[in-house]
Ligand binder design. Structure first.
Ligand code: ADP
Ligand code: ZN
Length: 749
C-alpha cells in the first residue's frame, strides 16, 4: 500500500491536502518540502503529516494525486513552527495554506533561487607550486598575475573583486582547467546591520556595563526567577515611558541564553528594529539576527537560514518573526505589546502578540509583554492573576515624566477663526525650543496636504471611484497636486474644475502631516524641519536615516504620524505637540478611547528623556473626554478602570470574544442578502452560546469596487463561534471566498 501524506500549500483558502507518495520517491518526513500538482499547476508545499487519516483519503480518494518530487531529506521548517502555523490556521479560521505561507522564508518556493550565490576563486596547492617551479606549458603573464593576486588571499576572492583588479574570468577558468585554481559557489550573507551602527551606537566614553536601577534590578530578578522555572509563563512588564525596559529584556535574555535556550524579540514596527537590535547586538554580537519585511528578500532569506542552522540565538523582528525557525525557545519578548501593528490586517489575520504567547506555550517558554500602556486585555489578565505583573514606575535617573497641557481648540477657533493649525500656545512652546536649541516633535495622525477636495458650487467632494472615501491631496515630485485614495491607491491630478458640475470653485478641506510640515517651515524658515509618515518612509533606508538625524540632533522639528510616537529614544526632544488628539475618537470603534489614550501617553513619553525636562501640549476639541483627561495625567490605572466599565456595560472584549465577518459582493443588495442568510443560519444554530449582531453596512461600505456588509458574533468561546461560521459557509464555496473572517478584530472598518 502506498503512503498517504498531508501537505499544506501556500495558496489562500486551502486547507491541508492529501497526496500519495509513489514507490520511487523517498519517504518524506514532516516539515520537508514537496512539489505537488494542484489543478493544472505545480506548487511547493510543506508536509504536515506523514500518516494521513485513511478517512480523509477515502473522501478525497478519487482525487488523490502523486507528489512529483521531494525537495528535502530533513525538515525544512521545524516541527514547532508547523504546529504553530496549524494553530494559527485553526484559531483565525484562515486555512493551513495561508498560515504556512507566513512561516516560509521568501524565495523558498523554488530551488533555483533558494541559494543566492557568488563565485569565488582560490589558489590550490598545485597553483602555489606552479608559481615557484617551472611548469609546462609555462604560465602566461595574466595567469601569473592572477595567481600572485590570489596568493595573498587563502580564503579566495570573489570573481567580481578579481575583475576589479583586472583579472578576468577567462584567465581563471584556464587556470582552473589546469588545477591551479578552484572556483566554487558560496552563499552570500548580506548583513542587514551594515550602516546601522552609525545611527545607534552607544555613545563613546559610556561604560560597557551599566548599573541597573533598583527597579530594573528587582524586575530582572523576578523575571529571571520565572525563566528559571523553564516552563510556560506570561509576565506583563508595565513600565512607564523611559523606564529602561530594553535593558531589562537584554539582561533577561542573557539569563535565558545561559540556560542554552534562545530568545525571540518582537517589536511593532520596522522602524524600531534598528535600536532594539543594536541593544541586543551590543551584548550578543553575531548571535543576533533580524527578521522583518523591510529587508530585501535575499537578506531575509540569509538571516532565516542562519536561524534555521542554529547560528543565531536571538531574533529581533516584527510580527512575522514570530514564525522564526528558532530551536529551544526559552524567552519571547513582545515590546510595546499594546501596539495595533501586531495585528495583520490581511489573511491570515493573526495578532503577533497572541501567536507569540501560543508559541511560548508550545515551547514551555517565558513571555514578557512590555508596555507603558498595556492593552486592556493584557492588563485584565495581569489583574486576574493569569499573568505576572512586574512594574517600573520611575524613569531612569528619576527623570520626571513630561508635563502635559491641554489646548481647547474650540476656544482657539472662536478667537482666531477655523483655519488654525498650530495654537498660540504650541507656537510659543516651539519658539522656546528653537531659541534654546532643543528639539520638538509634532504629531498628527493623518497624512497628506488636505483630506478632502470639495466644490463650493455643488457641495460634492472628490471621491474614490472604488471606495466610499474622499480622496486625500498629496504633493508629488514637481509640485504636482494629486488626489489619492488611501485604501486602493487610485489617484488623479487635482482637477481645475469640479468633475460633477464643472464649477470653478474647488476648495481643499482638512489637513494632514504634509500641511503641518509646510506650516512649520513657513513659520520658522530657518529651522531644520522633517516629516516622518508612510509617504516619506517609502524610500528604502529613509526611516533609519531620518531617525538617525533626529537622534544626532540635526533636526529641530520632526512632524509625523503615529510613526513618531512609538518607542523611540531621542534625548534632545523636550517638546511634543499633538495637533489634533481627536483624530481617532470619531470612529465607530469600541477601541477608539483605548487607542487615543495609548497614542497620547506614548507620544508624551517621547519628551524629556534626556537631561532636560519635557513638556507635551495636546490640542483637542474634547478636552473633557476621559481618554484625553487620563492621558493628560498619565494615569493608566484610572483610564483602565473607566474603560473596563464601559466594556462591561457594552459587552465588548475582553469581557466577551468577538468575531467579525465581512461579506463582499459586486452590489450592495447581493452583499446584504448573503450576509442576512449567514446571520439567520448563525442565529438558528446559536442556542444561547453567542449573539449575532447585524448585518449592517461596514463603515467602509465600499472598498476596491466591492460592497461590504458585516456582522459580528459575540460570545464566550471563539471556537464555537468560528465553527458555527465555518459551518454556515461550508456548502457555499464561492461565497466563502468573499467572506473575510476576523477573529479578535482590532479594527472594524
Ligand atoms: P523604555 O523602553 O522603557 O521607554 P528605554 O529602554 O528606551 O525605555 O530606556 C530609556 C533610556 O534610558 C535609554 O536611553 C536607555 O539607554 C537608558 N537606560 C536604560 N537603563 C539604564 C541604566 N540602568 N542606566 C543608564 N541609562 C539607562
Ligand atoms: Zn479607493
Amino acid at each position: 500500500m502506498s503512503l498517504l501524506i498531508r501537505v499544506a500549500v501556500p495558496v489562500p483558502f486551502l486547507d491541508q491536502l492529501t497526496y500519495r507518495v509513489p514507490e520511487d520517491v523517498d519517504r518524506p518526513i514532516r516539515g520537508a518540502r514537496v512539489i505537488v500538482p494542484l489543478g493544472s499547476r505545480f506548487v511547493t508545499g510543506i508536509v504536515t503529516a506523514t500518516d494521513a487519516n485513511p478517512l480523509d483519503a477515502r473522501v478525497e480518494a478519487r482525487n488523490v494525486k502523486d507528489i512529483v518530487d521531494l525537495l528535502d531529506d530533513r525538515a525544512f521548517l521545524p516541527e514547532s513552527v508547523i504546529d504553530l502555523a496549524l494553530w494559527v490556521a485553526e484559531y483565525y479560521a484562515c486555512g493551513a495554506g495561508d498560515a504556512l505561507a507566513s512561516a516560509m522564508p521568501p524565495h523558498s518556493r523554488d530551488r533555483a533561487s533558494a541559494h543566492k550565490t557568488t563565485r569565488m576563486a582560490a589558489m590550490t596547492l598545485l597553483g602555489r607550486d606552479a608559481i615557484e617551479k617551472e611548469v609546462s606549458p609555462p604560465l602566461g603573464a595574466k595567469q601569473r598575475q592572477a595567481l600572485s593576486g590570489l596568493s595573498g588571499a587563502p580564503e579566495g576572492l570573489t570573481l567580481r573583486a578579481l575583475a576589479e583588479r583586472g583579472i578576468m574570468a577567462a584567465t581563471l577558468m584556464r587556470l582552473a582547467q589546469r588545477g591551479f585554481v578552484a572556483v566554487r559557489r558560496e552563499r552570500v550573507e548580506r548583513d542587514p546591520f551594515v550602516g546601522l551602527e552609525r545611527h545607534f551606537s552607544t555613545p563613546s566614553g559610556q561604560p560597557e556595563e551599566r548599573t541597573l536601577t533598583d527597579e530594573q534590578t528587582a524586575a530582572v530578578g523576578r523575571l529571571s526567577a520565572l525563566a528559571a522555572q523553564q516552563q510556560f509563563r506570561v509576565a506583563l512588564l508595565h513600565g512607564v515611558t523611559g523606564s529602561g525596559k530594553t535593558e531589562v529584556y537584554v539582561r533577561l535574555a542573557r539569563v535565558v541564553r545561559g540556560q542554552g535556550r534562545s530568545v525571540l524579540v518582537l517589536v511593532p514596527e520596522i522602524a524600531l528594529t534598528p535600536a532594539v537590535a543594536s541593544a541586543f547586538r551590543a551584548s550578543f554580537g553575531d548571535a543576533v539576527a533580524v527578521q522583518h519585511s523591510g529587508l530585501s528578500d535575499g537578506e531575509r532569506y540569509d538571516q532565516w537560514q542562519r536561524i534555521r542552522h542554529g547560528d543565531v540565538s536571538v531574533v529581533v523582528g516584527t510580527r512575522s518573526a514570530v514564525f522564526a525557525p528558532l530551536a529551544a525557545l526559552g524567552l519571547v519578548v513582545v515590546d510595546e505589546e499594546h501596539d495595533a501593528s501586531f495585528k495583520q490586517e490581511e489573511s491570515p489575520r493573526y495578532h503577533g502578540r497572541d501567536v507569540a504567547i501560543m508559541r511560548a506555550k508550545q515551547a514551555g517558554a517565558l513571555v514578557v509583554l512590555g508596555s507603558a500602556t498595556p492593552a486592556v486585555e493584557t492588563y485584565q489578565n495581569a489583574l486576574s492573576g493569569r499573568y505576572e505583573r512586574v512594574t517600573l514606575e520611575r524613569r531612569i535617573f528619576d527623570r520626571p515624566l513630561a508635563s502635559v497641557g491641554l489646548v481647547s481648540m474650540r476656544e482657539e477657533y472662536a478667537a482666531r477663526g477655523p483655519d488654525v493649525i498650530l495654537s498660540d500656545a504650541l507656537k510659543a512652546a516651539i519658539d522656546r525650543r528653537l531659541a534654546r536649541g532643543e528639539q520638538s516633535l509634532v504629531l498628527l495622525n493623518r497624512r497628506g496636504l488636505a483630506t478632502a477636495v470639495f466644490c463650493r458650487q455643488c457641495a460634492r467632494t472628490l471621491e474614490c471611484p472604488n471606495c466610499s472615501v474622499s480622496l486625500t491631496v498629496h504633493t508629488e515630485r514637481g509640485g504636482i497636486h494629486r488626489a489619492r485614495c488611501h485604501y486602493c491607491n487610485y489617484s488623479v491630478i487635482v482637477p481645475k474644475v469640479c468633475p460633477h458640475c464643472a464649477g470653478p470653485y474647488l476648495e481643499r478641506a482638512g489637513f494632514g502631516t504634509e500641511r503641518v510640515e509646510a506650516e512649520v517651515k513657513m513659520l520658522w524658515p530657518h529651522a531644520r524641519v522633517a516629516r516622518l509618515d508612510r509617504d516619506t518612509a517609502r524610500r528604502r533606508g529613509a526611516v533609519p536615516q531620518l531617525l538617525g538625524q533626529v537622534a544626532r540632533g540635526n533636526i529641530d522639528v520632526l512632524v509625523g504620524t503615529q510613526m513618531i510616537a512609538k518607542g523611540h529614544d531621542f534625548p534632545g526632544v523636550t517638546l511634543v505637540g499633538v495637533i489634533s488628539a481627536d483624530v481617532g475618537l470619531g470612529l465607530a470603534d469600541f477601541r477608539a478611547a483605548e487607542r487615543t489614550f495609548q497614542l497620547l501617553t506614548q507620544v508624551a513619553g517621547r519628551a524629556g528623556r534626556g537631561d532636560m525636562a519635557g513638556e507635551a501640549l495636546i490640542q483637542t476639541l474634547y478636552p473633557d473626554h476621559y481618554s484625553i483627561q487620563h492621558a493628560c495625567r498619565q494615569d493608566y490605572r484610572a483610564f483602565f478602570e473607566e474603560e473596563i466599565r464601559y466594556r462591561q456595560a457594552m459587552r465588548y472584549p475582553p469581557i466577551v470574544g468577538l468575531v467579525n465577518a465581512v461579506v463582499r459582493a459586486p452590489t450592495f443588495g447581493q452583499a446584504l442578502e448573503e450576509a442576512s442568510d449567514i446571520a439567520s443560519a448563525l442565529r438558528a444554530a446559536a442556542a444561547g452560546r453567542y449573539r449575532v449582531l447585524g448585518p449592517a453596512p461596514a463603515p467602509l461600505a465600499r472598498l476596491r469596487g466591492e460592497y461590504r456588509v458585516q456582522l459580528f458574533l459575540k460570545g464566550a468561546r471563539r471556537k464555537t463561534m468560528r465553527e458555527a461560521l465555518l459551518h454556515a459557509l461550508r456548502s457555499r464555496k464561492e461565497l466563502a471566498r468573499r467572506v473575510t473572517v476576523d477573529v479578535d478584530p482590532l479594527s472594524v472598518l
